[in-house]
Write a protein that binds this ligand. Sequence first.
Ligand SMILES: [Zn+2]
Length: 341
Amino acid sequence: MKLPKPLRDFAQKHNFTWDAKANLLYGSWQGYYFTIAQNPSGRPTHIITLSVGQTDGRPSQALSGILGNLQPDYKYLTDFSVDGYQAKIFFQCRFAPQVKTYVQQMDEFIDALCMSLQSAQLVNCCQKCGSPEGVSSCLANSNPLLLCQNCRETAAQQIAEKAGEMKKRRGNFLSGAVGAILGSLLGVAAWVLVYRLGYIAAIVGLIMIVCTFKGFSLFGGKLNVPGILFCVVLSAAMLYVGEQVAIAWEIYDTFRTDFSVTFFQAYQSIPTFMEYDEFRRAVIADMAYGYLFMAAGGFSVIWSTYKQHNVAPTLQILESVTPVAPAASSPVSSESDAGQQ
Ligand SMILES: [Zn+2]
């Protein structure tokens, strides 16, 4: 994703790095390390993250107060949260023409925030343990973190364990397939129900594919390529089954009193009804919309479940934020060191 022009200028002024893949701006300003995550949709919505504590590694009671004091002055600052050492600040702009003032306000906010942090004598620190030494910024599955060396090692170890488990897990295709069939039957039931209630059943196309995938993984199937193919074909077939049951039921309802047809006879008569243009068109439209919804929502369902089952989590180090050994007692700062001690 490309950065909007005002934000590019902003990044240049602060000498921040833009990671287009992670949708993340990051860097140090006035001695404080910021990551700014941009909404992947490209909307001007940002989450500013920083992790600060006292020089002795204790969390700061003042942080919430500082943000609370600043908030009323910035109308695009919609919310903030403080969790231990880490603060998240949410900026949001509704209308595109305001982007320039929006970015300007974000800029002014960061300046003001740095001043307040300096007067409270807070420093960059590890967001887990609060250590101000040897802190680096990392990306854990595109989630920005500030971690010291110890906490980084622990996190890397956990991730390696998880990746090993993921590799070892073979999954059972057969039991997964049973789960998928059960899940898809729920989808069929939903399709028939929505149809019976007189609504357009198309939206159930999405529910169908979600139920099938959930069933597969819940019953122990590993969603690798064969598993995914099975689920996609099954969902598509079951949507057809759902539509057949729904129209058979409708025929049965219409003719059972006058012609005393059974449900099975109604089902058998579907091909005869399909010879009528209007009837056929309605059925085809139902199915087409159903498949459309399935395809539209299905892609993200498939991608996220595939990732969850096959792509090992990673911990990527972006850059070093504070040095390992405490040189004198001053934290790193590229700016003047006034107010830091
Ligand atoms: Zn730590």
